[in-house]
Design a protein around this ligand. Structure first.
Ligand SMILES: NC(=O)c1ccc[n+]([C@@H]2O[C@H](COP(=O)([O-])OP(=O)(O)OC[C@H]3O[C@@H](n4cnc5c(N)ncnc54)[C@H](OP(=O)(O)O)[C@@H]3O)[C@@H](O)[C@H]2O)c1
Length: 322
């Protein structure tokens, strides 16, 4: 079948290991099911995979992609939950030490078909297209868990979203506004700052700029480049929820003194559970919220989309269609 996969690891030049070609049809083991992919979305995770982060060379070739929306074996419209936990695991799948994401141990979604455990398919929200639904499983689910499970935010509270243009960040801005939070965003780019306001931020600032007031929580996925600003922007007792470190994980100032003296919480977050994906789908149906798609391109042009994620010229999600 047609597939987009990693054939080599290249930390410096990740696209060198990308192949658009053919892979064998997936065989669903007992308890797994096959989804026919209609749309898949790109995440920074796919770039990390090509760089060899979380994907050692001995697992190649590996079909990329965590996210997909498509049809299950009975023709139902579904979204794939990308967190694959051990069959024996009970409870929050993201806490299973043996968990992996699609495309780490099991073949990913950038293909005509993907197999997943039966419990990893969730009904597609009726109001979303396949392309929109394909944005939910990683970026939108991660933002949902950060905001609604980990942050402790209540309606009327304030939240800072760092790096406004990213997939997780655009999701967090949109969801936070829909949930009744005061939303501040930062971006390095003036046009992205304007667009952040258009999708729901009350105000947007240059990266590192002083905010009008301290915030109750920060949604942090940029890492080293914004960490110090995240800590300095928080009110005493606030919470930084961190789910990524695109710019590196060794900030020049860790701000340890400020963190303990101001009694802040630092809360790590990874993906979300199947139940949270279901809850996200319902939230989107009820609020009429839709994922922001930067562009929709044929899956055969995956290199173009991954290149845009690498150089940061993206606002929202890039969706690959079949
Ligand atoms: N833990 C998890 O489960 C989980 C889930 C999803 C994503 N992640 C991680 O979270 C991060 C974001 O993911 P994504 O898919 O949203 O990525 P993305 O779409 O590539 O977004 C990255 C954003 O970070 C900002 N940024 C990058 N480098 C920066 C720098 N040097 N200084 C300031 N801002 C910078 C940019 O915002 P501006 O251009 O607007 O400044 C960019 O749009 C990735 O590292 C990803 O691996 C983790």
């Amino acid at each position: 079948m047609f597939a987009v996969y990693a054939d080599q690891i290249n930390p410096e030049s990740p696209l060198d290991g990308l192949v658009v070609g053919d892979r064998p049809e997936p065989q669903a083991p007992e308890g797994w099911t096959t989804v026919t992919v209609k749309a898949a979305s790109i995440n920074h995770h796919d770039v990390w995979s090509l760089r060899g982060v979380g994907l050692p060379a001995d697992r190649l070739p590996m079909i990329l992609g965590c996210d997909a929306a498509g049809l299950d074996e009975d023709g139902n419209e579904v979204v794939v939950h990308a967190v694959i936990s051990d069959p024996a695991w009970r409870g929050d799948e993201t806490l299973d030490p043996k968990r992996s994401l699609l495309s780490e141990r099991h073949q990913g979604t950038f293909a005509e078909r993907v197999t997943v455990p039966t419990r990893n398919v969730v009904a597609k929200p009726a109001g979303l297209t396949f392309a929109e639904a394909a944005c939910l499983p990683t970026a939108w689910l991660t933002a949902y868990r950060m905001l609604f499970t980990q942050s402790g935010l209540k309606q009327g509270d304030s939240v800072l979203v760092q790096g406004a243009g990213g997939g997780v960040a655009t999701a967090a801005i949109t969801l936070a506004r829909a949930a009744g939070f005061r939303v501040y965003a930062t971006s390095r780019d003036e046009e992205k700052r304007q667009r952040a306001v258009e999708i729901g931020a009350h105000e947007a600032f240059e990266s590192g700029a002083r905010l009008p007031s301290k915030v109750d929580a920060v949604i942090e996925t940029v890492g080293a480049a914004t960490w110090s600003h995240s800590v300095k922007s928080m009110r005493p007792g606030g919470t930084i929820v961190i789910a990524g470190a695109t710019s590196g994980d060794a900030p020049s100032h860790a701000e340890l003194t400020r963190i303990f003296f101001q009694q802040m919480r630092v809360h790590g977050s990874t993906m979300g559970t199947r139940d949270e994906l279901h809850a996200l789908a319902q939230f989107m149906d009820v609020t009429g919220t839709k994922p922001l798609i930067d562009r929709e391109i044929p899956m055969a042009d995956a290199a173009e989309g991954l290149g845009a994620v690498i150089d940061g010229s993206v606002f929202g999600k890039i969706v690959l269609t079949l």
